[in-house]
Design a protein around this ligand. Structure first.
Ligand code: HEM
Length: 128
């Protein structure tokens, strides 16, 4: 795993590219959720992109944790944790099984994005 994480592409380790892809996918998921909320797009694209983001997030976690960097790792796990909570709230509200105000869904998403940016910054500092 470490050799995959550090495999150089254009002089930079693979894990940095995977991180950028994971964050981009997460932001696209949020943008699609917002677009559905505003009535601009059909709902189906939002959960479809949730699945893509989740696959990136799991790959990123497996490859990232192999580097054994405590601060970056903890921020990464907090990002994954808040992503999962946001998704659980989304499913709960959508299936009308969770009696919670809708606002908590985007609020937890924003918290996850803050963790993701901090995680990314800490990760980039490892390689400069
Ligand atoms: C990247 C972060 C996000 C994740 C992981 C996420 C996840 C989910 C999931 C898993 C569902 C349920 C899908 C289903 O049951 O098939 C959902 C529903 C929904 N999401 Fe998101 N979401 C995110 C961001 C957002 C944002 C930023 C908004 C905009 C405010 C949003 C608006 C919605 C809406 C309107 C629903 C449907 C709720 C209902 O049926 O009443 N999502 N989300």
């Amino acid at each position: 795993m470490v050799s995959i994480a550090l495999y150089p592409i254009f002089g930079k380790p693979f894990v940095l590219y995977l991180g950028v892809l994971t964050l981009t996918s997460y932001l696209v998921t949020a943008a699609l959720g917002f677009s559905y909320y505003r009535g601009w797009l059909q709902f189906k694209w939002h959960p479809a992109m949730v699945v893509v983001s989740f696959i990136f997030a799991v790959l990123m976690t497996l490859i990232g944790l192999s580097l054994h960097k405590p601060l970056v790792g903890i921020l990464g796990l907090l990002t994954l944790f808040s992503f999962v909570i946001a998704a659980v709230i989304g499913v709960g509200i959508h299936q009308r099984q969770l009696n919670i105000r809708f606002i908590w869904h985007p609020v937890v998403v924003v918290i996850a994005i803050i963790f993701a940016v901090l995680h990314g910054l800490a990760g980039i500092m490892m390689f400069i």
